[in-house]
Design a protein around this ligand. Structure first.
Ligand SMILES: [Zn+2]
Length: 274
C-alpha cells in the first residue's frame, strides 16, 4: 500500500529525480574531451552542472581529503557509463569546466606568481583559451608483451586513481603504470612491470607517454615593470615579459568569477521594495 502511494507522488517526466533545490540548475553536455571519448563505449554522453552557491561555500569551509574532494566534484558529473570509468585527465578537464561554469559566462581569472621576477599577477582568460593535449592513439587498449605476459594499457581512470590514493600508492610510478593495466589485477601488474628489464623499460615509458593527455599549462606573460638605472644613469622602465606556464588544470589553481562586469550585477539588483 505504502509503496503505491509513494509511486503516485513521483514526478511524471523522465528526467532523473532531483532535489527541489537542484531543479533549475542547467546540465551542460560535454562535446569535446582530451580523451576524444576513446576510452568510453560508442555514443557515450557526459554532462556536468555548475556548482551551486551552497556547495562552493561548503567546499571552501571544509577541510576535505583529496579522496573526498574528488568524490565531491564527481557528484556534479553525469556519465552514461559508470562514473569511475571516467579517465583521470578527462575528470581534471571537466572539473575545470565545472568550476568556470559556476560563475556564469565563460571568462575566468586566476592568480599567479612570476617564476622569473616573483611579481604577483592576475590573469583573465576564456574557456576558448584552454588548450589540451589530445589522446593520440587509433584505438584502445594498447597491447604489449613483457616477460611473456600480455599487458593491456588504457588511460588511468578516476576510479583507479581513487584506489591508489586509498592504498597510499599514488606517488609510486610502478603503481601508476600498473593502474593503467586493464587485464590484470593491480598487484599482478605491478610485479610484471617491476621486473621489466632492458628494452622493456623503454617500452613501458613509451606506452606511458602515449597514454598521456590533458589540459596544457596556460602561457601567461608577466606584466610587471621595474625602474632601473640605464647606461646613461637615466631611470628606465623594464618590463619583465617572462612567459609563465601555469597549470590551470590542477585543483590548486582556483579560478574565480570575472569581476569587472559589476554593472550587469547592479542591473539585477532592485533597490527598495515598493
Ligand atoms: Zn615577471
Amino acid at each position: 500500500m505504502r509503496v503505491q502511494q509513494v509511486k503516485k507522488d513521483l514526478p511524471k517526466d523522465k528526467e532523473p529525480v532531483r532535489g527541489d533545490r537542484e531543479k533549475f540548475i542547467p546540465e551542460i553536455q560535454v562535446k569535446i574531451l582530451p580523451s576524444k571519448f576513446l576510452s568510453y563505449p560508442p555514443n557515450s554522453s557526459i554532462s556536468y552542472r555548475p556548482y551551486i552557491f551552497g556547495e562552493l561555500i561548503e567546499f571552501n569551509e571544509s577541510k576535505l581529503s583529496e579522496v573526498d574532494i574528488i568524490k565531491f566534484i564527481l557528484k556534479g558529473i553525469t556519465t552514461s557509463f559508470p562514473i569511475m570509468d571516467l579517465t583521470y585527465f578527462d575528470y581534471m578537464f571537466i572539473s575545470l569546466l565545472r568550476k568556470i561554469s559556476s560563475f556564469g559566462g565563460n571568462q575566468f581569472s586566476f592568480d599567479f606568481s612570476c617564476a622569473k621576477c616573483g611579481a604577483d599577477g592576475k590573469h583573465t582568460a576564456t574557456i576558448d583559451n584552454i588548450d589540451f593535449v589530445e589522446l593520440d592513439v587509433p584505438k584502445l587498449p594498447l597491447v604489449i608483451t613483457i616477460a611473456k605476459t600480455e599487458l593491456h594499457f588504457s588511460p588511468l581512470t578516476v576510479g583507479n586513481y581513487l584506489k591508489l590514493l586509498e592504498l597510499k600508492r599514488v606517488d609510486k610510478r610502478i603503481s601508476l603504470y600498473a593502474a593503467e593495466v586493464v587485464n590484470l589485477e593491480q598487484d599482478e601488474a605491478e610485479k610484471v612491470i617491476y621486473g621489466a628489464i632492458g628494452e622493456d623499460q623503454a617500452l613501458l615509458n613509451y606506452v606511458d607517454e602515449m597514454l598521456y593527455f590533458g589540459v596544457k599549462p596556460m602561457t601567461v606573460k608577466c606584466r610587471a615593470e621595474k625602474q632601473e638605472l640605464g647606461d646613461n644613469n637615466l631611470m628606465q622602465t623594464l618590463r619583465c615579459d617572462f612567459e609563465n606556464k601555469v597549470e590551470i588544470g590542477s585543483p590548486e589553481v582556483l579560478t574565480r568569477p570575472f569581476r569587472t562586469d559589476r554593472e550587469s550585477l547592479r542591473n539585477r539588483v532592485r533597490f527598495g521594495v515598493s
